[in-house]
Design a binder for this molecule. Structure first.
Ligand code: NDP
Length: 397
């Protein structure tokens, strides 16, 4: 008997609701709450069977969250709203004594930072209250971090070089669209690049470093070094790492649109006055771009995300590549969303399951790689995200 509350009814929330509804043995009662209740109702209706209760909540407001949590009394809150809501939802969980899980680190609205410091600062308060918080349980961060923990546990004595490679070889047929929330996505990919080398962060201009990498069942794709939040916790939790980088593929068309958006000021996150009203250009841009939740129907092709690792096992150099490929059409048939939402929502569901079955339960605030990866890895294979591993191959990096 367990109760879960999902907050956020976007692409990822849709997948989490579908997956949890299909696992009544773990998730007995499910509430889906978000700013716009009609979106929750539409998802609940599509799933059917009275599996999902719905509610309206403004997750920027702690008292509203506390009231809703106290009325439903969930065992865990799964936050798949936006990174801006992380701290208010963590506050509400602390006040009500309920476990917390999210898929993206807190970001203040007025500066794109992608740092864990605000959420790690809750560790002692969660520990003292005996509550578990699980941070970053999507695909990246999330599965990529768990892949690294699995490699460290089973295949390496020391990990030295870690390259996380994220390829979306899908085609949605639109000249420009983002695969998840446009505001968060554009903020992430237009920031400066950053990677870890020899004990310090090295900063690059946006998209300055790039090279073609070969992805399984896909082929060669130009891949760009960007900063991604899991690097921060991974270099802390695996101190033998000498270098950690993150690569993401972008098409020429996407990059050209992005350049124009930036050059004309539409990626700005500070307010500008328009006809006497304050408008944040990137928020306005979101309103006119395609809704990522509706890209699924015509999305063809696959994503391929994984970790390419070099290190030492039994005194010998070793390479290892672990990855998942996910097909947009297969994800769409199951949940009505494309693979980017699917690859985020399934791990969030499994993370909640890990907590509810007592496998990932510890007082405090933790990144996913701090828990035992094995039971999670087993569930990935069963719940739609099977993984493959290659030993001692040319990892190109
Ligand atoms: P969407 O924009 O599609 O959905 C966000 C949802 O949150 C919407 O339903 C929105 O409501 C709701 N929301 C926003 N603000 C509030 C608020 N104040 N109170 C209540 N609800 C609110 O985003 P996605 O589903 O694409 O992404 C969800 C999360 O997943 C994001 O944090 C994103 O960064 C993360 N993510 C993580 C990935 C990973 O691999 N780790 C990959 C992809 C995404 P409304 O409909 O009213 O706007």
């Amino acid at each position: 008997m367990s109760k879960v509350m999902i907050i956020g009814a976007g692409g990822v929330g849709t997948v989490v609701a579908h997956k949890m509804a299909s696992m009544p043995e773990v998730f007995t009662e499910i509430m889906l709450a978000s700013r716009t209740k009609s979106k929750c109702d539409a998802i609940a209706q599509k799933i059917g069977g009275n599996r999902i209760q719905t509610a309206q909540v403004d997750a920027d407001k702690v008292p509203e969250l506390v009231e809703l949590i106290n009325s439903f009394k969930p065992d865990i809150v799964v936050n798949v709203a936006l990174p801006y809501q992380d701290l208010t939802i963590m506050d509400a969980c602390l006040e009500t004594g309920v476990a917390y899980l999210d898929t993206a680190n807190y970001e203040p609205k007025d500066e794109a930072k992608f740092e864990y410091k605000w959420q790690w600062a809750y560790h002692d308060r969660y520990k003292d209250a005996g509550i578990t918080a699980i941070l970053g349980c999507g695909f990246d961060p999330g599965v990529t971090s768990i892949f690294t923990a699995y490699a460290a546990k089973h295949h390496f004595d020391e990990i030295h070089y870690l390259d996380i490679v994220d390829c979306n070889a899908g085609d949605h047929g639109k000249p420009f669209a983002t695969n998840f929330n446009p505001e968060i996505n554009i903020r992430e990919v237009t920031q400066k690049g950053k990677y870890w080398e020899n004990g310090q962060w090295v900063t690059t201009e946006p998209h300055e470093i790039h090279k073609p990498l070969t992805y399984p069942e896909i082929g060669s794709r130009e891949s760009y070094l960007i900063y991604h939040e899991e690097l921060e916790s991974l270099v802390k939790n695996f101190p033998t790492i000498k270098r950690a980088r993150f690569w993401m593929t972008f098409g020429e068309e996407y990059l050209t649109h992005l350049r124009v958006i930036q050059n004309i000021g539409m990626a700005r996150i500070d307010p500008v006055k328009f006809k006497g009203v304050d408008i944040v250009p990137i928020e306005f841009l979101k309103a006119v771009l395609p809704n990522p939740g509706e890209l699924g129907e015509n999305y063809k092709g696959k994503t391929s995300i994984g970790c390419r690792i070099r290190g030492i096992k039994d005194g010998k150099e070793k390479t290892y590549y672990i990855y998942n490929n996910c097909d947009h059409q297969v994800a769409y048939k199951e949940t009505g969303t494309q693979a980017v939402s699917y690859t985020t929502g399934v791990p969030a569901t499994i993370g909640a399951m890990m907590y509810l079955t007592g496998k990932w339960k510890a007082p405090g605030v933790f990144n996913v790689e701090e828990f035992d990866p094995d039971p999670f890895m087993e569930e990935l294979n069963k719940r739609g995200l099977p993984w493959n591993e290659l030993h001692d191959v040319d990892i190109e990096l």
